[in-house]
Design a protein around this ligand. Sequence first.
Ligand code: ZN
Length: 390
Amino acid sequence: MNERELAGLVKESKVVKMGQDLVRTQSVNPPGNELAAAEYVVEALRKSDVETELVMHGENRASALARLKGERKGPALIYSGHLDTVPVGAEKWNHEPFGGDVAEGKVWGRGAADMKGGLAAMMTAMKALAEARVPLKGDLILAATAGEEVDSLGATAVAERLSREPIQALFIAEPTYNEIYIAEKGVFWVQIETFGQTAHGSMPEKGRNAILMMVEIMNEFKKMDIPYRNHPILGGFTRSVNTISGGIKTNVVPDHCVATIDMRTVPGQEHPAILRQLENIIQELSQRVPDFRATVKPVNDHVPVETPPSDPVVQKFSTIVAEMTGREVVFKGANYFSDAVGFLPVLKVPLILFGPGEPGQAHQPNEQVEVSKLVEAARIFAVTAARLLG
Ligand SMILES: [Zn+2]
């Protein structure tokens, strides 16, 4: 069977139905409850002679792992999509968030773009390859993961299981509107705390004001130079002080203040070096200001990721996308982080993000995915697996 015939086996009705079914299977995280969605994946693929397995993560939480066996003469390929979604939000939707309506050429509902649509495209591609009995040198592995929206617990567990076999690349179907993303910014969140002593608000000289200590730190932080080099795809490093709280009453000197900072890093930056800069600010202030006490600690720490455009998998994939869509390929990157943070520390393989949803639809009310993009992604996934594993 040639690639055109293989792509033809991916039917619009099938990928749409699968996307609808997944949207209708609620898996809002927190709490997740991805078991039903994982069971759906297992059921749908088992019918096609694909080896399937549920990977449990506690009560009502699971990832699904599916494997279309090759001849074991080459490395495997991983297709991954997360099962969980963010909550619906307070705004009124035009279509039922868990209805999976098809209207105006789109599938509507929470997760349609991020990323049940992408997962449906990968599953449909796998089914087409299985049904056509396309000979593969390596295995095609599909990982439908739990927990991406909170802590990537599914990806971390699945990566552990796959850590001992040769793997050539990891594709994640995050919403990229069928554009190729090969880099992801790092995320480095820190929490700063200051400690003082309470006193009556009319006698501030008897206390030590934790909020004013935080002000000192923030003044220094604003001036602090955090070095980085602009990345050709990701752009620059960003930082933003996004929460602060302290004090209990207007007439009480505050003895405690907490602030958090969201930093997004680019390749070349080292998170421990940034942490050391913050520690130096605190140390310097403790020497200069009497009774100054503060701490800083990371609360979310994932390094930036990049796959070079010259990577052979990236090259082969961009050729396929250009051939099948007629579009010129421009490599892009994500400001957000994906399940790559769970997979890559263990697997260390080239990463490509590619999926049918629009990036702007993620986490929005009235989330949807275009049917034409869904079908296009599914066909590209089918041909890509055939070529990379062929
Ligand atoms: Zn996502």
